[in-house]
Design a protein around this ligand. Sequence first.
Ligand SMILES: [Zn+2]
Length: 377
Amino acid sequence: MQIFPFCPNPHCVWHLKAPAHPWARPKGFYTTKAFGRIRRYQCPACHTTFSSQTFSLAYYVKRPLPLADILARLSSGESLRAMSRNLSVSLSLLSNRIERLARQALALHATCLAGRIGYDDICIDGFVSFDTSQYFPSEIPIALTAHSQFILDFSHASRKRSGSMTPSQKAKAGMLYRRTCLERGALSRSFRETLLQALTLQPPTLHHPFVLITDEKPDYQRILYALPAFRHQTETHRIVHWTVNSKLPRTLSNPLFASNYIDRELRKDLAHHHRQTVCFNRNVAQGMLRLSLYLCAHNYCKPFRIGVRKVQQPQSHAEAAGVPASMVSYFVENLTDGIRAFFSRSKLSVMMQRTWEKRWPTPGKTTPEYVPKYARA
Ligand SMILES: [Zn+2]
């Protein structure tokens, strides 16, 4: 008999922890075109029926696709439409698989974050791109470790276009901003929540003060100085703010190297963040899911350094940041072929939850995003 790790019903007593012995009762079969004859089971505690497909990344899928191939294409600058042409699949089907992969990556990243042992300085900087049109620039503050370039968390803020504009551009901007409701203080909110999450993941201790490295933007200082954790810091819980002039050469010796590095990687590797592109984000929620998939793959699947001596070199950014090698292998093995991550069982941060549930608003869009029922369980 097949042993299932937990009951898929989020309201069941066996959802978080199920008995170690085989507990699922066989209850008939059903047939699918994609996977053939599949056995159905029933939970004795809540009487919910399910099958091995319920725990699979291919749950409800009518056409299996190579998920590892999709991830490789997404992370190497291939646009969504190019991917859909090359794989001969529709755009919506492709988006569905990317969403599944992104949710899986977020849940696994949250698990690995909890098991991280290392300590490092934290760089936070806003990556600037745009959604729907150049009139709606976005700023994505990313918190990452300074010496290992390991992404901890990230947020998103939409803002108005700044800089010089022609009279016709000004007229168009005025018309767009009159009918679009943008969040007030979004930039401060996004930086604050990223900083708070970094502080939660790596609180200051006696031997390791929390060192935050940012550029000289006055807003960053204002937000940090207003935090209770900063105002009431003690000898044993020190928070240090290190500001770096953004005109300094973007070399390895620059304290903000990690932020500059990830900016460059995102610009190079993701089609919707290229400069002067027509592949920009049409939908913020889906763009954030793609971004989280890319950043998680960067943490766990990409080599830490190439072109330097490989002796005693950590294999991935996660390992360099203090995530045990066994957890990195766990991430890699389960990303495209493992037990499907459940929202109710994942320890996600506020921003990760928003990404998972597609709650990032798109400028000009008022209807909520569609999230399948299985993704909410
Ligand atoms: Zn149950």
